[in-house]
Structure formats: C-alpha cells, structure tokens
Design a protein around this ligand. Structure first.
Ligand code: MN
Ligand code: MN
Length: 475
C-alpha cells in the first residue's frame, strides 16, 4: 500500500516536471478533427493554383479582397480595424489589420516566403539538339537535381513586352495540356551513371526540358524543330524569341497536391516550403477584426536563394510599407516612430522545418527532431556548424510564444534542424532580427523538403493556422 502511494505521487510529479509532446491526431476531439480536414482541403486547392510566387501573390490578393482588404495606396488614413494590403512587383504581399493600440507599441508579424525551389529558364533558353527542341534551365534554390528527371513538368510564368504588356503563360496544368520532361538514361545503359556520385551523375547541364520534336518541313530553315516551337509560341502567346529575354518562366512539377495515406492524414505536393506557412499565415490574418496590436502578414520572395533582391526579405520594402502604415495611422510621423515600432515588434518567421524521417534516422538527433503530425514546430535557431548564421531566438521570446500556444491549445513541438554539423539552413528570421525585431522560426515540419513532392501533416498545417492567429491576437 505504502509503495503504491509513493508511486502515484511520483507519477503526479513526473507529469508536472517532464516535458512530453502529447499532440497527436488520436488525442484530438472530433470537432477539431473535422476542422483539420476541411481546412486542409482548402489548403490543397489553393496551392494547386499557386505554384509560383506570382501566382501565390495573385491568389492571395483575390482572397484578401474577398475578405474586405483594400490596397494600402487607396487609403488616406488608417483606423483600428482597417484591413489593407500591398503588392511588391507582383511577387510579394504585405497584408495588415490595423490594431487599436498606438503603432509604436509594435506590430505582430507572421512572415513566410512564397518562392519555391524549381527550374528557371536561362536568358536564351530555346535550343535544338539531336532531334529535340529544349528549354535550357538554371535551377533555383537547393534542389537534388536527380529528382527532376523523368517526371511531368509544367511551365508557368510571364513575359514582359517592350510596350509594357505582360503575357501570362501556363502550360501543363489542365488535363488536356501537354506536359514537359527532362529525360534520363535507361537502366540498361546506366552502369557508368550509377557508379558516379549523384551530383556528377546528374549535372546541371542535363536539366534541359524537352519541349518538341516536329520539324518545320522547309529546306531553307536551319533549325526546323526550334522554328516550329517559335511558331507555336507566336500563335499561342504572341511571343518571339527575344521576348523570352524579358520573361520569368518557371518549370515546376505538373502534378497536383493530393491527400497522402489511407487515413488521409498528410498532404503531398510541390512547393509546400513555404506555401504551407504562407497560406496558414494568410488565413490567420483574414480572421482578425480589431486586434490590439497591428497584425502584419508578410509574404516575401527569394528566400530560397538568400532573400536577396527587391522582393526578398533583405530589401527595404517591409520598412517602407511599415513607415507608410505608421504615417497613415498616427499623427506626427517621424523616423523615430518607425524605429520604435520596429523595436517593439515581434515576428514568427513562418517557415517549414525538417521532420524526422525513419528512412534516414542518421540525419536526426533523437529527442530533438520534429515529427509529422505532432504540432506546429518551433525552431529556436537554424544555421549550421555551431549555430553559425542563426538569429537564435531569446529565451524570453521563446517563453512568450510557448505561453501563447499553451494558452490557446495550439499543439506545438520544438526541434533542431537536423543533426549537428550535418548541414543546415537559414530562413528570413535573421533578416527580420536585423530590424531589431524579436523573431523565432515557427512552421510546419516536412518530409522530402525541396523535392517535387513534399509531405506535410494535416494536424501541423491546421495548428500553424491556429498558432499564427493566436500570435496575432496576443499583446
Ligand atoms: Mn522555407
Ligand atoms: Mn526552403
């Protein structure tokens, strides 16, 4: 009897002292379970029509306008509860719901990126070789090149013409559309390829996309297959070869996102890094009415190549937009007001993390790996080799975010980005931190990150939405 009593007391104490991630699907109540699945249906549909940063941007604006957000440039002043958005060069969006508190108290930011790894066309992409017409490509972001061979590909993009018009090009998404492909050598002849290192077996210069095979039947035309493609591009899109010089055309997987597993507990699809966090952040900001602090949904481009450029996080764009919001919200705008607003702001850097993969256990540290469908993932620091390049969220800020999630029943987990010294990565967090803003990485863990078919857990997707919303509503 005595022993039993001590046991139960210890059990109680254990419950109090021990950290254990208890968030799993089986512990969810039925109502939340249903919300998770219907939310993820909407998510899947959304990412199927927004495979590039430009498309994500357009679809976001459509959703924002439907929910009463208006272009920031249309406003001459801002009141609590006003909903505004602004687009940066067609490739990035900032949406805000104005809070009731003075803006100098800081804003709550959830920042995600809407670019994904892919193949981009080279400046002069069209070529003919060995009986095929090709688009020559340059890869964008960190891809494993071999994953892009022998899979159906679609072409998405825009061509900007000299007269200022823009031509949208999407081929490969409709089931009646043709698709495109990078060919691979048959296994029968692959002995040499198979004995090479993967990086050497699939060189960048082999990432040429087959786009045609029929030659124009005219002896006077030198490259008849290429010419035939030029004729098609002209007929279909009114484009000539030089127009491709001022185009941004991206090659992405042609297949849609699908439910994964008999139990439909996951979503598999292209570009979930980072559209899964971008979509959930967007949905969270759409739900707000009059938050205390101004809520900002920041969707940026170019994260996958280092956040450079005018549409990336390193650009002054965010500061410029925040300055505009400050000046429209408060009287007596000053540079100091902007600086104080930034100083008092907080940010969730909403980006995906690496989930534990039982096929590759050596890549992860036990107890410090994220798991699919175990909740929204906090990553205190990213970087590589001794936190190098990490912004490393402060203990105080981690405590604040932990409290928000615990108070609002947001299932969460915390992990490192893979095994120490194995590799690493970065997010926009460090560039947000440079603005004197508290920031922590917080997103959905993925399997097969940066592959053409990334895997996310539905519980985690829903908890991202719930967590971002709770963060927006915190003071
Ligand atoms: Mn990312
Ligand atoms: Mn990435």
């Amino acid at each position: 009897m005595k022993g039993e009593k001590i046991m139960s007391k210890n059990k109680e104490l254990e419950k109090k002292l021990k950290y254990e991630n208890k968030s799993t699907f089986s512990k969810l109540d039925v109502k939340i379970h249903e919300s998770v699945f219907s939310f993820c249906d909407e998510y899947r549909n959304f990412i199927n029509v927004s495979k590039t940063e430009r498309e994500f941007c357009d679809q976001s604006c459509r959703l924002l306008e439907k929910e009463g957000f208006v272009p920031l440039q249309n406003k001459s002043n801002l009141q609590p509860g006003d909903k505004v958005y602004t687009v940066n060069r067609g490739k990035a969006v900032i949406a805000a719901v104005i809070g009731s508190e003075p803006i100098e108290n800081g804003v709550n930011i959830v920042g995600a990126h809407i670019d994904s790894p892919r193949l981009d066309l080279k400046p002069i992409p069209l070529a003919e070789e060995g009986g095929f017409a090709y688009f020559r490509t340059q890869y964008y972001g960190g891809i494993k090149r071999y994953q892009w061979f022998a899979v159906p590909l679609a072409i998405h993009g825009v061509a900007a013409l000299q007269d200022g018009t823009q031509i949208n090009i999407t081929v490969g998404e409709d089931e009646n559309d043709p698709v495109f492909c990078v060919s691979d050598i048959l296994p029968h002849f692959a002995a040499r390829q198979m004995s090479k290192k993967v990086t050497e077996a699939f060189p960048n210069e082999n990432l040429s996309v087959i786009i045609g095979n029929i030659a124009c039947d005219d002896e006077e035309i030198k490259e008849g297959i290429k010419f035939n493609i030029l004729k098609i591009l002209y007929e279909k899109f009114d484009l000539c070869e030089e127009d491709l010089v001022s185009s941004e055309i991206e090659i992405v997987p042609a297949f849609p996102a699908r439910d994964l597993g008999f139990d439909r507990s996951m979503v598999a699809g292209y570009g979930q890094d980072d559209r899964v966090c971008a979509y959930t952040a967007l949905r969270a900001v759409l739900d707000l009415t009059v938050p205390k602090k101004t809520a900002v949904c920041l969707l940026v481009d170019k994260e996958e190549v280092g956040s450079m450029g005018a549409t990336g996080m390193r650009s002054r764009r965010f500061e410029n937009v925040l300055a505009k919001i400050c000046s429209l919200k408060e009287k007596n705008y000053s540079d100091l007001m902007l600086r104080e607003t930034l100083s008092n702001s907080s940010c969730l850097s909403a980006d995906v993390g690496a989930a534990y993969d039982p096929n590759f256990p050596e890549a992860f540290t036990k107890n410090n790996a994220a798991k699919i469908n175990c909740g929204l993932l906090l990553t205190k620091y990213t970087g590589s080799k001794g936190k190098s390049g990490a912004s490393d969220a402060s203990a105080e800020f981690v405590a604040k975010v932990r409290k928000i999630f615990n108070d609002n029943e947001v299932a969460w987990q915390i992990a490192e980005l893979g095994n120490t010294d194995l590799g690493g990565g970065g997010t926009i967090a460090q560039y947000v931190a440079n603005l004197d803003v508290d920031v922590i990485d917080c997103g959905v863990p993925l399997l097969s990150m940066h592959s053409p078919y990334e895997i996310a857990g539905k519980l985690d997707i829903y908890m991202a939405y719930k967590g971002y919303k709770a963060f927006y509503l915190d003071n």
